[in-house]
Design a protein around this ligand. Structure first.
Ligand code: IPE
Ligand code: IPE
Ligand code: MG
Length: 249
């Protein structure tokens, strides 16, 4: 009989704990197709996807990942039917309410990438509360990309830079790559080392365009609701085999 636990333990042992990716990003995709395959409504896929969020956050925190970024809702996802958007917002609220104590206990800090002022009141208030209550935590940072778009982030960053130039806070000649980094939602965080996209799509869908210049990509055909601890370990094992040259030799 297939022993999942034994398989997981075996994979875990193959991970070099001294060379963990510091920052892992995940484009959580495939919820709708997972549901469709089972003749279920799309929201059932999102609900199951939320279970994987809990699992992967816990696994990452236990492993010692310092930054985990989860792409939850893009600036383009507003194009979806209202019913689906409402369902996703409800799930977000449910996640924050049911998981906040665990996140606090595990010393996880929640940080939001994206403009949450555009969210409906209820999810916005829950998000603000979660950010406030976890702000001093320092074991792991959980970035939730919410109403996030890489291009939108760059536009906002440029506006802020221009304003600071106008105010005399920075000089045009002092603007460098680091300056741009520090005007993004991920300011003062390291760039992602590893980006995981399940579901079979081979694209970025507007995710962290500036930050992923030298990120290692890992794609798989697994739909997000089927993406478990073992898949996460496999991604890290593969990542550790990569030769990151950064343009050198
Ligand atoms: C990802 O799953 C969740 C969000 C974008 C919020 P999808 O809903 O995109 O699932 P597919 O891609 O349609 O299967
Ligand atoms: C990307 O998935 C956004 C999130 C996972 C939140 P999408 O399903 O929206 O991306 P596309 O439309 O397939 O590119
Ligand atoms: Mg999708």
């Amino acid at each position: 009989m297939y022993n999942r636990r034994a398989e997981i333990e075996k994979l875990k042992k193959r991970i070099d704990m001294n060379r963990l990716p510091v920052h892992v990003g995940i484009i959580m995709d495939g919820n709708g197709r997972w549901a469709k395959k089972r003749l279920l409504p799309r929201l059932a896929g999102h609900r199951e996807g939320m279970e994987r969020v809990k699992e992967i956050v816990e696994v990452s925190s236990n492993l010692g990942i310092k930054y985990l970024t989860l792409y939850a809702f893009s600036t383009e996802n507003w194009k979806r039917p209202k019913e689906e958007i409402d369902g996703l917002m409800k799930l977000l609220v449910y996640y924050l309410i049911t998981e906040l104590d665990t996140l606090i206990k595990n010393n996880v800090k929640i940080h939001i990438l994206g403009d949450i002022t555009e969210l409906p009141d209820r999810p916005r208030i829950e998000v603000e509360n979660a950010v406030e209550r976890t702000k001093n935590n320092n074991h792991m940072t959980l970035n939730i990309a919410l109403n996030y778009g890489g291009r939108d982030e760059i536009v906002k960053g440029i506006k802020d830079i221009v304003n600071d130039v106008k105010l005399g806070n920075i000089e045009v000649d002092d603007i460098d790559e680091k300056t741009i980094s520090n005007y993004l939602y991920t300011r003062f965080q390291p760039d992602p080392d590893l980006l995981i996209r399940p579901s079979g799509e081979l694209r970025l869908s507007n995710f962290m365009l500036y930050q992923i210049a030298y990120t290692e990509f890992w794609f798989s055909n697994t739909y997000w609701p089927d993406f478990r601890e073992e898949h996460f370990y496999r991604a890290i094992i593969d990542y550790q085999k990569r030769d990151r040259r950064y343009g050198g030799i």
